[in-house]
Design a protein around this ligand. Structure first.
Ligand code: UD1
Length: 430
């Protein structure tokens, strides 16, 4: 089993290059199969979830040529199998984007129903509501969702709840429906805009992405394109919080500062200095940090995917803070692990009450999910002594070369698999 071993206490200083957005990439890979010509995707993050999605595309007959680690060519002309196995959906929920893509293109799709997950129950009723509104017959039987239509007909869809996944899935299917579709109360996340931009570069007609009303005029065919994925705001935010937690000075490069505004605002509020450059953001944490209140919200609010990292920083900031999770029901699973490192956090329903302690102390902890895992790494980097993180598999689902990037900033971190490597690391840092 791979683990990270960390000797905390070093301020992280320097520059780090941010990769392509995983959540945009997952959806964009699905859209790529909607053309019968070759779609080239650049700035692809080289992380596990992306590789699973590429396998799922191969699994239904899509042609996948990996040009290099960050570039892939996809051709969907030879797709014959419209059924996506549970094997993929159980590894990444986002393989349900193939439902919207296949339904839009072939008017038929069958995808295993995703189960619950580590951050709570995650229904997909809104996705299905959208497909039904477009005229598809949608059934759930034997763990499979099947959707089928003679033809998809553009319509007016109101989403009862803001959902990134439902907005993207419906947008993909509607892109190849007959006539006009309006999605109201749509998600405004940067990756929704990125998927719309990619589809438009393939010949779709989508307007309004990034606002809460998206208007789509269906087209019959989509064509080849070359598309570069936007930078990952959550990867960037994670490094920004690592700067705060370690009292460091990090410039995150290759980002869109506008996408990071909610994150930057909170860092400034607790006492960091944040400088926005053209395509970079510098975070300097030279003064004592203090408490604040934060509530996760759909974009442009504070992202739920940054909630654990925020709590970790507040856990060592002066005073008592509150962190309210309004998107997912079970996203405080890391609190018990953080408590083992000395944190003082009480969770009541969807609110964590965080009382700042002077410092964390290193311990052996397990990553409960992707973002919480990254947050525990940040805690380890700021802690006194040695931290060992188990289940780093989760972290590698979404962060490319996390340990290497941190090491370049001066972190003492290493991926280890044996006791011998652990002993060697301890000797090296002592
Ligand atoms: C995406 C992101 C995830 C991020 C989340 C919120 C991907 C691959 N994942 O997840 O990292 O944390 O957005 O920014 O992009 N809901 C329903 N019914 C539905 C769909 C969603 O009730 O049909 C609820 C969910 O339970 C949740 C809320 O809507 O409470 C938001 O979920 P959603 O935006 O859909 O999240 P995902 O797209 O799954």
């Amino acid at each position: 089993m791979e683990q990270y071993i960390i000797k905390g206490g070093n301020p992280l200083v320097g520059e780090v290059e941010i990769g392509g957005a995983k959540n945009a990439a997952l959806a964009i890979l699905a859209t790529a199969i909607m053309a019968d010509e070759t779609v080239t995707i650049e700035n692809l993050p080289n992380v596990r979830d992306i590789n699973v999605m590429l396998e799922a595309i191969k699994g239904i007959g899509g042609k996948v040529d990996r040009i290099d680690v960050h570039t892939v060519k996809i051709n969907g002309a030879m797709i014959r199998d419209l059924s996506v196995d549970y094997e993929y959906i159980k590894k990444i929920r986002a393989s349900y984007y193939l439902l919207g893509a296949l339904l839009g293109k072939y008017k038929k799709a069958e995808v295993a129903l995703p189960g619950g997950c580590d951050i709570g129950s995650r229904p997909i009723d809104l996705h299905l509501k959208g497909f039904r509104a477009l005229g598809a017959k949608v059934d759930i039987q034997h763990g499979l969702i099947s959707a089928e239509a003679e033809e998809l007909q553009g319509t007016h869809i109101y989403l009862d709840k803001v959902s990134v996944g439902a907005t993207i899935n419906i947008m993909m299917a509607a892109a190849m429906a007959k006539g006009k579709t309006t999605i109201e109360n749509a998600a405004k996340e940067p990756h929704v805009v990125d998927v719309a931009n990619c589809l438009n570069s393939m010949g779709a007609n989508i307007r309004g992405a990034g606002t809460d009303v998206i208007r789509i005029s269906g087209v019959e065919k989509l064509h080849k394109t070359e598309y570069s994925i936007i930078p990952d705001q959550i990867e960037a935010g994670t490094f920004m919080f690592a700067a705060a937690a370690t009292r460091g000075d990090i410039t995150v490069k290759n980002v869109i500062p506008k996408h990071l505004e909610a994150i930057s605002a909170k860092l400034v509020e607790i006492g960091c200095e944040v400088k926005e450059l053209d395509d970079a953001v510098r975070v300097v944490a030279s003064k004592p940090l203090h408490h604040t209140q934060v509530t996760t919200l759909p974009y442009p609010g504070f992202p739920t995917d940054m909630q654990p990292q925020m709590s970790v920083v507040l856990g060592i900031s002066e005073g008592t803070s509150t962190v309210t999770e309004s998107i997912f029901e079970n996203r405080f699973k890391y609190v018990d692990e953080l408590t083992r490192m000395g944190a003082s956090i009480k969770v009541e329903s969807n609110i964590a009450i965080v009382t700042g302690v002077g410092n964390y102390t290193g311990a052996q902890v397990s990553a409960p999910d992707l973002r919480a895992g990254a947050a525990l790494v940040i805690a380890g980097l700021s802690a006194e002594g040695i931290t060992i993180i188990d289940d780093i598999y989760y972290i590698e689902r979404g962060y490319e070369g996390f340990d290497e990037k941190l090491a370049q900033l001066g972190a003492q971190i290493q991926k280890v698999t044996t006791e011998k490597e652990i002993t060697k690391f301890k000797l090296k840092v002592s």
